[in-house]
Design a protein around this ligand. Structure first.
Ligand SMILES: [Zn+2]
Length: 235
C-alpha cells in the first residue's frame, strides 16, 4: 500500500513536471519528444552539393537539406535553446555530414569550425565543435586521419563598429581571424550557409595561415529563390 502511494506520488510529480516543462519536438512541435521520429529523418539524409547556389565562389559546399521548416526550427533550437543539450544531436548531424562523397578520399584532414558570433558565444549553445567531433568520429572510424582545429574567431572590435541594417551579421562575420597554423587540408564546418560569405571569409583566413580548403559542410543551406516560372498549363 505504501509502495503504491510512493509510486502514485512519483507519477503525479512526473505529470506535474510535464506541466511545468512540457517537452516538444524541436523540429515540428509535436508533444512529448525532444525530436520526433519524422524530424529525426534528417540524420539519414544524404548530403548534397549546394556550392552552385551560393553567391560566392567556393567549391564543395555540402548540406543535409534546405534551411526551412522543421530543419530551420531544429537548427535554431540547437543554437539558442538553453533547455536543450544540443551535443548528441550535433554529433549525429556530424555523422550524416561526414558521408559527403568528397570526404571519403580526404586523408590528413583538419576540421575547422566557423566562429560563433560573440552574442552566441556568451548566450547560446556551442555548435561548431560538437558538429566537428561528429564528422571526425565518423571519418576516423573509416580509418582516415583527422583532427579538429578550433582556430577561427571573430574580433570583438568588429562588433563595436556600430554598423546597422540588412546583412549586418553577414558583414561582421567577414572579419574572421585565424590563430596559428592550420593543417594543409581543411574542411570548414558551419551550421547554416546563407550566401556563403561567412564560409568564404573563413576560407580566406585559413588560407592566409597556410591551409588549403578542400570544402565545407553545413547542416542546412538557404533555399535559392525560384528563378524559372512554371508556365505549364494546369491539367
Ligand atoms: Zn518533429
Amino acid at each position: 500500500m505504501i509502495r503504491f502511494q510512493i509510486l502514485e506520488t512519483i507519477t503525479a510529480m512526473g505529470a506535474l513536471l510535464d506541466l511545468v516543462v512540457p517537452v516538444q519536438c524541436m523540429g515540428c512541435g509535436a508533444w512529448d519528444t525532444p525530436l520526433c521520429q519524422e524530424c529525426s529523418g534528417i540524420f539519414d539524409e544524404s548530403p548534397f552539393d549546394v556550392s552552385a547556389y551560393l553567391r560566392v565562389y567556393l567549391s564543395n559546399v555540402w548540406c543535409l537539406d534546405w534551411y526551412e521548416g522543421a530543419l530551420r526550427n531544429l537548427v535554431l533550437a540547437l543554437k539558442h535553446d538553453q533547455r536543450v543539450d544540443p551535443y548528441p544531436y550535433l554529433l549525429r548531424l556530424g555523422h550524416a555530414l561526414a558521408k559527403a562523397p568528397f570526404l571519403s578520399k580526404a586523408d590528413d584532414l583538419a576540421i575547422v569550425p566557423a566562429p560563433p558570433s560573440w552574442k552566441r558565444r556568451l548566450f547560446g549553445n556551442k555548435i561548431g565543435r560538437p558538429l566537428a567531433l561528429g564528422i571526425a568520429a565518423y571519418l576516423a572510424k573509416q580509418g582516415q586521419q583527422v583532427k579538429i582545429q578550433d582556430v577561427l574567431y571573430l574580433p570583438l572590435r568588429a562588433h563595436q563598429a556600430g554598423r546597422s541594417g540588412k546583412g549586418r551579421t553577414e558583414r561582421l562575420k567577414e572579419g574572421v581571424k585565424c590563430v596559428g597554423k592550420v593543417g594543409s587540408k581543411v574542411l570548414l564546418v558551419d551550421d547554416v550557409a546563407t550566401t556563403g560569405a561567412t564560409l568564404k571569409a573563413c576560407a580566406r583566413a585559413v588560407e592566409e595561415h597556410g591551409g588549403q580548403v578542400v570544402g565545407a559542410v553545413v547542416i542546412a543551406a538557404a533555399k535559392p529563390p525560384v528563378q524559372i516560372e512554371d508556365t505549364s498549363p494546369h491539367m
